[in-house]
Design a protein around this ligand. Structure first.
Ligand code: IPD
Ligand code: CA
Ligand code: CA
Ligand code: CA
Length: 274
């Protein structure tokens, strides 16, 4: 019996406690690609702790953490080319929701996934401020703090609360998200933007949201969430309706009932613009 899941939960909790203890402190904040794209000393501290603990338990496993990927595109393309040959790769977002963290908002998460030969085996998302631990193991269902969770099966968009995020690429991805909001905002019951992709996925799995979509997402934002949503009975596709792959950047995580309608609405949004 492996103990990947228990170790992942333990590490996510440890990182979460480190973060929660400092959320209202002064800490160093720097810009990455632009003024919208931030990294703090706490992102780095959390990633360091997580990597150290994974290495301690599983020294032979590979680890991909957001803050360790220096040039996103090049490194990731190489990774996706051979991920199907890697026995174990951990994919880590040490703080998902850095902007919230910087502003002292308590909606941020630690997200850890284990991928084996290209398949997501384990997904763990920890929301420290509410002590919410979400997890899933492939084929074994999805859980929140030990209780089984399930998607909300509404089939109607006008009864659905849909979430999204604002990517840091203003001219590209964020523009498409805004177009999507202008379309979905008039057909869905409501729209929410909580500031953490992983938390959105976890809440879709728990039936608190009916769907989450975003343009330009990275694998560390959603790898754990994708498994948790699927294990809770949901579906994950790209915005053209194709099945999710680790390289998918434009994502729809949903209850599996409204996803085709979302594909249609998002296509309409792009065609009409605003
Ligand atoms: C971001 C958050 C945000 C989403 C962005 C992500 P980060 O991750 O998940 O909700 O809209 O696209 O980059 O940078 O805080 O880990
Ligand atoms: Ca980031
Ligand atoms: Ca993230
Ligand atoms: Ca992050």
């Amino acid at each position: 019996m492996n103990n990947y899941l228990e170790v992942a939960k333990q590490i996510a909790k440890e990182a979460g406690l480190l973060l929660e203890n400092r959320v209202t402190d002064e800490f160093q904040v720097e810009q990455k690609k632009n003024v919208f794209d931030l990294v703090t000393e706490m992102d780095l501290a959390s990633e360091k702790l997580i990597k150290k603990q994974i290495k301690k338990h599983f020294p032979e496993h590979q680890i991909i953490g957001e803050e360790g990927v220096s040039d996103g595109t090049d490194n990731l393309e190489a990774l996706f080319d051979h991920i199907a040959d890697i026995p174990f790769a951990w994919i880590v977002d040490p703080i998902d929701g850095t902007t919230n963290y910087v502003n002292g908002l308590h909606s941020y998460t630690v997200s850890i996934a284990l991928v084996s030969y290209g398949k997501i085996l384990i997904g763990v998302i920890y929301n420290p401020s509410l002590d919410e631990m979400f997890w899933a193991e492939k084929g074994k269902g999805a859980f929140l703090n030990g209780n089984s969770i399930h998607i909300n099966p509404t089939e109607k968009l006008n009864e659905s609360v849909i979430s999204t995020g604002f990517p840091t690429d203003i001219e590209g991805a964020r523009k498409y998200v805004l177009q999507g909001i202008s379309q979905l905002g008039i057909v869905a019951r409501n729209i929410r933007v909580l500031g953490s992709a992983a938390l959105h996925c976890a809440y879709v799995a728990a039936g608190k949201l009916n769907a989450y979509w975003e343009i330009g997402i990275n694998v560390w934002d959603v790898a754990a969430g994708v498994l948790i949503v699927k294990e809770a009975g949901g579906n994950v596709i790209d915005t053209l309706g194709n099945p999710y792959q680790l390289s998918t950047r434009n994502l729809i995580c949903s209850n599996g009932k409204i996803d085709q309608e979302l594909v249609t609405q998002l296509k309409k949004a792009q065609a009409t613009g605003f």
